[in-house]
Every structure is written in structure tokens, then in C-alpha cells.
Ligand binder design. Structure first.
Ligand code: ZN
Length: 366
């Protein structure tokens, strides 16, 4: 399928939001707005999570498609939501399922071009049960000081790299990656920080689920992300329990596109904690929930890992450096979330709209 270069992707959060809302209206969806009142966006624009509902409100089969869990990774997910609304929704038989599109679950991060929310919290680690205390992560505690070093300072950066490489030699690649990526709850100035309590975005997702997903018995979740996988290709992370029917369904829908064994950046899948997927599952205890995260590969492993630390660097050190340094890091970071290449964007749009359609077909038959 051919996609015009600039019709679906957007240069800013505000434009992405407008396109999504226009496409939702055009498709006859019900639109709902959940305003983020704490602060405006980077251009003083209004920030909100926007929700479009189509299809049957009373069906017990629901598809939830989320963009922007990791802020600026949302450019791709937003473009896919808009493209699907414009090109696919109208020609679909949606009498038998409800479709709920959640635009910019982390609007602050989307607007500011970062992964985390306003408090530096990784929303996709925030859905743990904080009443049970914060999960520990001892290995992370040990390497934290290397991960949050000032990467724009050559000496500090090489010292941090040496520390990380010593830890990698001692623990092994997979164990270190697991400790870093699965989430930590003790270092607000660190990477993959899951917070110490439920965030506004987390509470708002609960309101969205309660308002638009009930009644639900069979639910398919697609949470669009970027950064893992081959350039412009989908990388699937199914999160239902491995033995469950929900998992089998997911692999049937997505395997058609060549579900690779989920080894992010070539390593064992981390034991992720506090995923948005976990949150939805907990909010719908009587439903079977299939799906998970779908990533779009951007610039490979090294660049992906650097992006996590650039995100942190902007927050911790950005104001100590000249503006031109910050502008460069911002541009580099944004390009690793959403490459400007038309080849990449066209690949995402053509594969991604097909994946949504296959998920719709699978959900109807489930
Ligand atoms: Zn992500």
C-alpha cells in the first residue's frame, strides 16, 4: 500500500493529536478527552489522552490500541491509529467487536520528545501493586551509578562504560539486561524507573477501561512502541501467560507476520514488571486478555540503549549544557524513536495497518 509521506506521521504532539481526532470524527467514532491538567506541552499546547471508540459498545470482544505509552515513541503508534481510522475502519464490519483507540497515554513525554512522564517515570513499569511494597532490584542498585552518568562528559562516560562492562562480564549479558530493563523502584534519577505510586496516566487508564471496555470477556491489546527489532520491521512481545488460550490466540494472529522468538536486542526477554498490559489484565479480572507490545525496529541495539540514557540525560543534565548540545541530543533521541526516513515510515504504515486488521479478524473469531 502506498502512503503519502506526510499524511499520517506528524512533526509534533499537537499535530498528531489533531490528526487523530479528525480521523476519529471522520470514521464516526465517539471521542473522549482526558485532560492532563498539571502542565501544558512544550509549545504551551493542551495535553490530553484522547480516546476514540468505534464498533459495538455492548460487545464482549474488545480491541484496545494504545500509542504513546513511552511518550515520543508514540509518533509511530499515533500515525498507525490515524491511518487505520482513515483507511481501514470504514470498510470493516465492526458490529461484533468494540474498538478503543487510546491516543498518547503519556502525553507529556510525547510532547517533550522523551520516553518517560513528567516525573521521569517509565509508565510501562508503573503497573505493579504498590500496596505490596516496591519490588527490589539489587543488581540494578549496583549499576545505577554507571547508568545515570553524564554521557556528554568523556571521562565520566568512559568510567561508566568500564563499570557496565565489568558487571556484564561478571553477571552475563542476559542477567544484566534483565536487571536493567525489567524495572526498578528505588532510583528516580535512573533508567526504567517505575515510580513509587500509581501515576496520573495509570489512574486515567483505569478510568478509560472502566468507561469504555466493559463488558469485556475477550480483549486484544496492541500497545505500539519503537526501538526494538530490525529497521522498519515489527517485533512482537506477547505478554499473556505462555500456556493460556490468550497466548495461543495472540501467536495465531501475529505469527502470520513471522512472530520471532521474543529476544529483544538478541537477548533473553527480561522479566518485565508493571506493564500497561498487566494493568489492563488486573482491571479486567473476568476477561481473557491477549496481545501485548508491538515494537518497530529503528536504529538497532546500540542506538536503542543510548536512547534510554539520552532520555535520562536531558532530564538530569540538559540544563548544565549549552542549548546547541541539548538540541543535538534531542534530535538524535527523536530520530531513534521515530526515524525521519520515508522508507521507514512507509514500512511501519503498510505492515502496521495489516497487523491491526488481522488482530480484528482474530478477535471476531475468538
Ligand atoms: Zn517503548
Amino acid at each position: 500500500m502506498f502512503f503519502a509521506n506526510t499524511d499520517y506521521f506528524s512533526p509534533t504532539y499537537a499535530v498528531a493529536r489533531d490528526k487523530f481526532r479528525a480521523a476519529a470524527s471522520g470514521a464516526g467514532a465517539d471521542l473522549h478527552v482526558y485532560d492532563y491538567d498539571r502542565s501544558p506541552g512544550i509549545e504551551e499546547e493542551r495535553l490530553s489522552i484522547d480516546v476514540a471508540c468505534l464498533g459495538s459498545a455492548t460487545s464482549r470482544h474488545k480491541l484496545v490500541v494504545i500509542s504513546g505509552t513511552h511518550g515520543a515513541e508514540g509518533y509511530a503508534g499515533s500515525a498507525l491509529q490515524t491511518a487505520w481510522l482513515r483507511l481501514c475502519a470504514s470498510r470493516r464490519e465492526l458490529d461484533h467487536i468494540g474498538v478503543i483507540l487510546v491516543h498518547a497515554l503519556n502525553p507529556y513525554g510525547f510532547s517533550y520528545g522523551v520516553r518517560t512522564n513528567e516525573d521521569g517515570i517509565d509508565l510501562n513499569r508503573n503497573f505493579v501493586d504498590f500496596s505490596r511494597g516496591r519490588p527490589e532490584n539489587r543488581i540494578y542498585d549496583e549499576v545505577h551509578r554507571f547508568l545515570n552518568a553524564d554521557i556528554a562528559d568523556a571521562d565520566r562516560c568512559s568510567h561508566a562504560e568500564a563499570g557496565l562492562s565489568a558487571a556484564r562480564n561478571r553477571l552475563g549479558e542476559d542477567a544484566l539486561f534483565d536487571a536493567i530493563a525489567r524495572g526498578q523502584y528505588a532510583h528516580p534519577d535512573g533508567v526504567f524507573f517505575g515510580g513509587t505510586r500509581r501515576t496520573w496516566e495509570n489512574h486515567t487508564l483505569q478510568r478509560i477501561v472502566q468507561a469504555h471496555l466493559l463488558p469485556a470477556e475477550k480483549v486484544a491489546v496492541i500497545d505500539w512502541h519503537t526501538g526494538i527489532g530490525d529497521y522498519g520491521e515489527a517485533f512482537f512481545l506477547p505478554f499473556a501467560d505462555a500456556e493460556s488460550d490468550a497466548y495461543r490466540q495472540t501467536t495465531q494472529w501475529w505469527e502470520k507476520d513471522g512472530l520471532p522468538a521474543a529476544r529483544p536486542h538478541g537477548r533473553s526477554c527480561p522479566r518485565y514488571q508493571g506493564l500497561v498490559f498487566d494493568g489492563i489484565r488486573k482491571l479486567l479480572p473476568h476477561a481473557e486478555v491477549a496481545g501485548g507490545v508491538i515494537e518497530w525496529g529503528t536504529r538497532g541495539r546500540e542506538s536503542g540503549e543510548l536512547a534510554i540514557r539520552q532520555d535520562l540525560w536531558l532530564r538530569r543534565f540538559g540544563d548544565r549544557y549549552p542549548r546547541e548540545a541539548v538540541v543535538q541530543v534531542r534530535a538524535d533521541l527523536l530520530d531513534s524513536f521515530v526515524p525521519t526516513s520515508y522508507v521507514w515510515r512507509n514500512s511501519v504504515l503498510s505492515s502496521g495497518t495489516g497487523i491491526v486488521d488481522k488482530t480484528v479478524d482474530g478477535l471476531i473469531q475468538w
